[in-house]
Design a protein around this ligand. Structure first.
Ligand code: NAP
Length: 248
């Protein structure tokens, strides 16, 4: 097991990619904190993990709310005494033109997808700095590199921000042996991707060299690698998991 006795927090882990990441980290031996705004979903994921004789707890908090994030981290420290791995996965997506986009659309996207990454990273890094180790993995998107064709510019901009934030934080935390990396998935088959029409889905698949959407497991595998000591010399990187749709 690559992550035995590590304590990992995964935000937005009640369903989709976050849930799959949480299950994969638990399989590798990590004690996993399942965060989500939807407490019922996170409790279900935590019990699924516990049924497999692994340790997990569910905590409800909105990643865009600094008080809720601080309370969540305080509770994790009270229970586990440390945090080794943070996966900033919680996110929302909107498929909307700039012409129709409201200021509220913009602000909500930035609050969850970008400020949430900042708040959760800031809350855990003081503990990681003290222990002089840690892995922060931010889930960005192919759209954050290519601009995205089916998603709103607010989504693409938030995910580009995640990549830039990852690089800056990687520099800031390198002296403390804390690795900060991003994963940029192409379209993955989750509830989020169900927002695309059948025609949009077909168009995307036709353009992917590997001929299919990502499975959440494809993304979880990349996260497990970046969370492990096999990635100790990787920081500030963005790992593409996009079936070859964008090669740069
Ligand atoms: P999803 O199925 O919509 O799941 C997202 C989870 O995040 C949900 O459980 C949601 O809770 C939770 N969440 C939303 N806002 C939150 C908040 N403020 N605080 C805490 N949790 C919150 O999405 P997904 O497809 O698994 O995507 C996960 C991540 O991968 C996102 O960052 C997304 O941008 C990124 N990504 C996805 C794709 C894709 O094609 N699916 C591609 C590239 C990148 P609710 O259940 O209450 O909504």
């Amino acid at each position: 097991m690559k992550l035995k006795n590590k304590v990992a927090v995964v935000t937005g882990a009640g369903r989709g990619i976050g849930k799959t990441i949480a299950l994969a980290l638990a399989k590798e031996g990590a004690k996993v904190v399942i965060n989500d705004v939807n407490f019922e979903l996170s409790q279900m994921v935590a019990s699924e993990i516990k049924k497999k004789n692994r340790e997990a707890i569910a905590l409800q908090s909105d990643v865009s709310n600094s008080i809720e994030v601080t309370n969540m981290v305080d509770e994790i420290i009270k229970k586990f005494k440390k945090i080794d791995i943070l996966v900033n996965n919680a996110g929302i997506m909107q498929s909307i033109s700039v012409e129709k986009m409201t200021e509220e659309n913009w602000d909500k996207m930035m609050a969850i997808n970008l400020k949430g990454v900042f708040l959760c990273s800031k809350a855990v890094m003081k503990y990681m700095k003290k222990q002089k180790s840690g892995k922060i993995i931010n889930i960005s998107s192919l759209a954050g590199k290519s601009g995205g064709i089916m998603v709103g510019a607010n989504y693409s901009a938030s995910k580009a921000g995640v990549i830039a934030f990852t690089k800056s934080l990687a520099r800031e935390l390198a002296p403390y042996k804390i690795n900060v990396n991003a994963v940029a998935p192409g379209t993955a088959d989750t509830d989020m991707a169900k927002l695309f029409s059948a025609e949009q889905r077909r168009k995307i698949i036709d353009a992917i060299p590997l001929g299919r959407f990502a499975n959440p497991e494809d993304i979880a595998n990349a996260v497990v690698f970046l969370a492990s000591n096999r990635a100790d010399y990787i920081t500030g990187a963005t790992l593409d998991v996009n079936g070859g749709l964008l090669m740069d």
